[in-house]
Design a protein around this ligand. Structure first.
Ligand code: 5GP
Ligand code: MN
Length: 346
């Protein structure tokens, strides 16, 4: 049995909205990751089974390794089909905002969502949800939004209606937001949910292979280059930094998603508890910042304070507008400021 994480009032409220709605739009954050796509498609499959008109809209492209997901080909990209997406958002009865806590996280879509007359519901696990939704299902203690979608569907009384395809999407999100169940994954109920998803016929080993073992040759060679040449370890701060310019990415035929997971690699070095990855974005004129930590070190505080970002205790991100040298300098300032918290054993 699962404990009742989502408040009953939210379940009742969501039930009413779904019952009355015909047109539902699901939106998720910019540069969607496995949990963003997994939770969106997990909810999409469920609402489709309830004979609703449902669309998933994302701000921009998502990585190739998520393209196999059932329903992924029906996802609408806002940057490509803006007019059509605006129409859907404007005509929706309900908009479900998944895996993000602030309108700024959906970039160019923010205005269209804010201005839509639709009822808005947030399902998310980031800290400090902003008040742009009437129903706020926000649970930072839960490791993925996909898990919350599973919990919501079950509490609405529709476990039976979860299909194998829906289960695959939910599993993918749970797996990717915990690094294949290697962090934020000590809650035993996660494994009860996996067991329930397996009962739907999913092949979890195959999902792992599809997500993690289908990269390009270029990605592996880029990884080799990064680890050999572009990783700096700061043993006195138990920290590491990797950085990549646009030029370097194009040398290795970079496609979106190719650097996914790079930021975690330095954490496999003994004593390293904080890792930062600075990457010149190939779409926007900025440096994308990814931060990871182990244990109690709050990498999200560094993201907020130094890189206009936010996120979770152990996985956060931000954006930096300036040169790579300036970003590296800022990282070094953060090490000095957080020295005391960094000097702990893994
Ligand atoms: P990633 O490093 O995988 O891009 O992001 C890790 C986590 O950091 C995301 O799940 C999200 O919570 C947070 N995050 C990433 N980028 C940003 C950003 O630009 N702003 C904020 N507020 N959070 C971010
Ligand atoms: Mn997530």
């Amino acid at each position: 049995m699962l404990s009742k994480v989502i408040a009953q009032a939210n379940i009742d409220h969501a039930e009413k909205w779904f019952e009355r709605a015909d047109k539902i739009v699901i939106v998720t954050h910019v540069s969607p990751d496995g949990d963003a796509i997994g939770s969106s498609l997990g909810l999409w499959h469920f609402l489709e089974s309830q004979e609703k008109t449902v669309n998933v809209i994302v701000p921009n492209a998502f990585p190739d390794f998520l393209r196999w997901m059932p329903g992924a080909k029906d996802i609408i990209r806002y940057d490509k089909y803006t007019e059509f997406a605006n129409k859907l958002l404007n005509e929706a009865d309900v908009i479900c905002c998944l895996d993000f806590n602030a309108l700024s996280r959906i970039d160019a879509m923010a205005d269209a969502v804010a201005q839509s007359p639709a009822r808005k519901m947030m399902i998310d696990h980031h800290l400090n949800p902003e008040a742009f939704c009437k129903i706020i299902i926000s649970h930072p203690e839960i490791s993925s939004t996909s898990e919350l979608v599973f919990r919501l569907i079950c509490r609405l009384g529709y476990f039976e209606d979860i299909t194998k395809e829906g289960a695959e999407c939910i599993y993918t999100g749970m797996m990717t937001d915990t690094g294949g169940f290697t962090y934020n994954s000590n809650d035993r109920e996660i494994y009860f949910i996996i067991s329930e998803l397996l009962s739907k016929g999913i092949d979890k080993d195959e999902i792992y292979r599809k997500v993690y073992n289908t990269y390009s040759e270029g990605r592996l060679r880029l990884m080799g280059y990064v680890l050999y040449d572009k990783m700096q370890v700061f043993p006195q701060f138990n920290s590491a930094l990797i950085w990549l310019t646009k030029e370097e990415q194009s040398k290795f035929q970079y496609v979106k998603g190719d650097t996914e997971g790079f930021v975690n690699i330095p954490l496999s070095i003994k004593n390293i508890i904080f890792s930062v990855f600075l990457r010149e974005d190939t779409e926007k004129n900025m440096i994308k910042v990814s931060l990871r930590s182990v244990g109690a070190f709050p990498c999200n505080k560094v993201a907020v304070e130094f890189f206009n970002g936010g996120g979770h205790l152990n996985a956060s991100g931000g954006e930096f507008y300036g040169t790579m040298d300036e970003a590296i300098d800022l990282f070094k300032q953060a090490l000095v400021k957080y020295e005391e918290l960094l000097l702990v054993k893994k």
